[in-house]
Design a protein around this ligand. Structure first.
Ligand code: AOF
Ligand code: ZN
Length: 347
């Protein structure tokens, strides 16, 4: 015989799993987390479903409540399953915890607790109003669904991935600065997938002037993808108005000055959660030296250049014991190149 608690736990996980599946239908990347909600009426029948379709749109709970209302269902005395703690703040939308209270929901089960201090507090608000709340069911799955968002909220800045492409001898260009191409077509296509997963692509003005990159996100046939990350050019040098990065293909932000923390603060304020730092060597060195690189994606090509600029500038390392050691998390052959994904070791 299955005891009642065990049965309840299975039911909680079942509906939360459905809420997680709904959440996964939300957009990525987005300034907001992906959230799903399933509503049961007092008799235990599913009467509403919803997911958050991205920053600026209604939250999952509000969508699910509207769904229930549209079906003429009553959630009074029912249960709400939400993949993230219902918010307690008035942001772009009203507080979801209050909306659930107003609708008469008698119990709330949520997965991840909201790590954002501005929005958190919904569980306490509900409990204070006499509604029992079960927190943290399937929390790991929910957090994995919003891994970058969660990390960014905890860090209070965007997560930074540094992408670097280099020859076997660690150079990003030949002695005359020509660099098309060090890596092969497959690795270059892979970089476009990487860009598509980020909110912003960042380069220094030196790279923008030397390479005149477009920094758009394209398909292998060269056509533009639907969604373009923000292009960010950092530094004090002026760009000519005909620079490819200033064209109309995607939005571009020019940030004067190159203090990495200040750059990230500006981007954080714009809702950027994941930054792809694409160079050049000077800007990459500044971010690395400041401890502001969270992940490295390095494409190493079976090419020797013998001379030319190094892929990363001076890090102030003078002896081997001071080397910046990385923890590899993945090594994959991409076409003729090798892609190494690694994290700086926590010290
Ligand atoms: C919820 N349900 O579906 C989502 C929540 O700017 P706003 O008003 O959209 O608020 C965004 C914050 O609200 C976000 O950072 C996160 O803390 C929370 N997201 N909360 O109750 C939802 N998407
Ligand atoms: Zn909300």
């Amino acid at each position: 015989m299955v005891d009642e608690d065990q049965h309840d736990q299975q039911q909680d996980e079942r509906y939360l799993r459905e809420a997680l599946e709904l959440a996964a239908r939300g957009p990525l990347p987005d300034p907001n987390p992906r959230v799903g909600c399933v509503l049961l009426d007092a008799a235990g029948a599913v009467v509403g479903r919803g997911f958050h379709a991205g920053a600026g749109t209604a939250h999952a709970e509000v969508v699910a409540l509207a769904d229930a209302a549209a079906r003429g269902a009553d959630v009074r005395g029912g249960t709400a399953y939400v993949s993230l703690e219902p918010c307690a703040h008035t942001g772009r939308t009203g507080p979801c915890a209050q909306a659930l209270l107003d609708a008469g929901v008698a119990r709330v089960v949520h997965a991840q607790s909201d790590p954002d201090p501005v929005a958190a507090g919904g569980a306490d608000l509900l409990r204070a109003a006499g509604v029992p709340v079960d927190s943290g069911v399937l929390a790991d799955e929910a957090e994995a669904l919003n891994a970058v968002w969660t990390r960014s909220v905890r860090l209070g800045r965007p997560v930074v991935t540094w992408k670097v492409a280099a020859s076997l001898d660690g150079r990003s260009a030949a002695a005359d600065r020509t660099s098309r191409w060090v890596t092969g077509a497959a690795a270059r296509a892979d970089v476009h997938d990487l860009r598509a997963r980020c909110d912003a692509v960042v380069v220094g003005t030196g790279t923008a002037l030397a390479d005149d990159p477009s920094l758009t996100t394209r398909w292998p046939d060269g056509s533009l993808r639907d969604r373009q990350p923000l292009r960010v050019v950092v530094g004090d040098r002026d760009l000519p108005s005909r620079a490819a990065v200033l064209d109309a293909a995607a939005p571009t932000l020019v940030v004067r000055g190159h203090d990495p923390a200040a750059v990230l603060e500006t981007l954080h304020g714009k809702g950027i959660r994941h930054v792809l730092l694409e160079g050049g060597p000077t800007l990459a060195a500044a971010f690395l030296a400041a401890g502001l690189v969270d992940e490295v994606v390095a494409y190493v090509a079976p090419v020797l250049l013998g001379a030319g600029p190094s892929a990363v500038g001076d890090l102030g390392i003078t002896t081997i014991t001071d080397a910046l050691r990385l923890e590899p998390t993945d090594v994959t052959v991409v076409g003729v190149d090798v892609r190494v994904t690694a994290r700086p070791r926590a010290t």
